[in-house]
Write a protein that binds this ligand. Structure first.
Ligand code: AMP
Length: 480
């Protein structure tokens, strides 16, 4: 009898990747370790830290959660003043595996470097095919690996110049960090789809995906990296010490990006990806989600006994809904937070007995009640269908599903692994058909205009391609 490993029920579609880099701190690898802990929600498949010590880069990577990958000894051994760290969830088409774990460390004629990114390079297949025909030998299936190959062929000795030249060939969404023998280069794509921000701690600089990681290490937020911006932070030479102080960041722009005003930050960062205690462009994610929940309630005229969220990502929206509707907020289900990747799924006979290890409803709370179940998004409808069934089996009289985002109709090619519209429940079904399929008593979504009104006004342009099909970065090849 074989045990089957499964992912969390809401994990079949995948979010991807968090990056965290430090320049000029004697405890750079320790900061990376805690920074990765704070970014664990952005990827649980692999984790890695690369450190720069005496011009050489040393890397430790492994599969699984940050806590599984690094021992205390690893962190002590990874000595150096600058470091780059990454947590990953696998890309579209990736086989995954340790060889795709980042940072990807390479020895090029310009020197040793390590690369880590969050996003998806949509022309990577074409670039890779061209590079391979020219003789490049790839070590991973990661789209990120085209960047060192382009840099190696750039003819430019200076890594910053070589990176800028290479990025002008790359299309897609990326927030990228490169550890070089001098420090860290960070770059955000000209549309600014994925987040990346700059912070400071004791004279050291930190670049990371979300502000919650700055908080985790006690660093001060300085600013967001601009769309199209390339920032280089050098670790100064320090005679007598192997850790130099960080020099002030120097910025330049990817070709054509300078002066581009707007941006297209992924709206799903607000809806689902980012941690509620992070701020994106000055907007707190929890506050944003709460406002979306309030808007759902403003458009509703439902009488119900309680409002509940789905731990953890929809709890902010559910509290917003409850406050606005004046309906008590309750805990309708409990999620077991200690189920890691190595969880062994129950065997079929146990499954048939209804073993609820991951999620269990609070029978006494929901039994006989008219329940409003708020979730942040509906992609394939799997989660809603499962939970409506669970709540009804626990005795809920009515279950009204409210989604604090619009119907997800179009695949994302910029970093969310929903690559085919066949998987998306709202792509072909009407709202009534979806309601019936998930077994809810009623169903409502937000409109794109609601998102734009609540988030867009302050955040600038948002990428809403998954709801509208309007892709800000032109698609090509297999992604079209
Ligand atoms: P689905 O079950 O396919 O309808 O997906 C929606 C559910 O998964 C919601 O409960 C979301 O909180 C969660 N979710 C949304 N986007 C993602 C993602 N990219 N990765 C994992 N879970 C997600």
């Amino acid at each position: 009898m074989g045990f089957v490993k499964t992912r969390d029920i809401s994990r079949e579609i995948r979010e991807r990747c968090g990056v965290f880099a430090v320049v000029g701190h004697p405890k750079a690898s320790e900061l990376c370790y805690y920074g990765l802990y704070a970014l664990q929600h952005r990827g649980q498949e692999s984790a890695g830290i690369a450190v720069l010590n005496g011009g050489r880069i040393q890397t430790k990577k492994g599969m699984g959660l940050v806590a599984d990958v690094f021992t205390k000894d690893d962190i002590v051994r990874l000595r150096g003043g600058s470091a780059l760290a990454h947590v990953r969830y696998s890309n579209v088409g990736d086989e995954g595996g340790i060889e795709d774990a980042q940072p990807i460390s390479v020895k090029m004629w310009q020197g040793q470097m390590a690369f880590a990114h969050n996003g998806n390079l949509i022309n990577a297949p074409r670039l890779r095919a061209r590079l391979e025909q020219d003789g490049s030998i790839f070590q991973t299936t990661s789209d990120c690996e085209v960047i060192p190959h382009l840099m190696a062929k750039s003819g430019l000795n200076d890594p910053v110049k070589a990176l800028i030249k290479s990025l002008s060939d790359v299309r897609g969404a990326y927030s990228l960090c490169v550890l070089t023998s001098k420090g860290v280069i960070a770059a955000k794509d000209p549309h600014g789809v994925r987040p990346l921000c700059l912070g400071k701690l004791d004279g050291a600089y930190i670049i990371c995906s979300e502000t919650c990681a700055l908080d985790a290490v006690g660093a001060e937020f300085i600013r967001e990296i601009d769309p199209g911006e390339v920032v280089f932070i050098e670790e100064a030479e320090h005679p007598g010490s192997d850790v130099g102080r960080a020099k002030p960041p120097v910025s330049c722009y990817i070709d054509g990006a300078r002066g581009k005003r707007g941006m297209d930050l992924c709206v799903f960062e607000f809806i689902y990806f980012a941690r509620p205690d992070s701020d994106l462009y000055g907007i707190n994610v929890h506050a944003a989600r709460k406002a979306l929940g309030r808007r759902l309630a403003q458009k509703d005229s439902l009488s119900a006994d309680l409002v509940m969220g789905i731990p953890d990502s929809s709890l902010s929206a559910a509290t917003g809904y409850a406050e606005e509707a004046g309906i008590p907020y309750e805990m309708g289900i409990v999620k077991n937070r200690y189920i890691g990747r190595t969880f062994i799924a129950p065997t079929q006979p146990l499954r048939e007995l209804g073993v609820k290890i991951k999620i269990n409803p609070l029978r006494k709370v929901v039994s006989g009640k008219r329940v409003v179940m708020v979730d942040d998004s509906m992609v394939r409808g799997t989660t809603s269908k499962y939970l409506v069934g669970l709540l009804k089996a626990a005795g809920a009289k009515e279950v009204h599903v409210r989604i604090s985002s619009p119907p997800y109709r179009f695949p994302c090619f910029y970093g969310i692994d929903t690559s085919s519209s066949g998987e998306l429940i709202a792509a072909e079904k009407t709202q009534e058909q979806i309601r019936e399929l998930i077994g809810a008593d009623s169903l409502a979504f937000l409109d794109v205009e609601d998102l734009e009104e609540i988030l867009g006004r302050r955040a600038g342009n948002l990428c809403t391609a998954c709801f509208t099909g309007k892709y800000p970065i032109p698609l090509e090849g297999e992604y079209r």
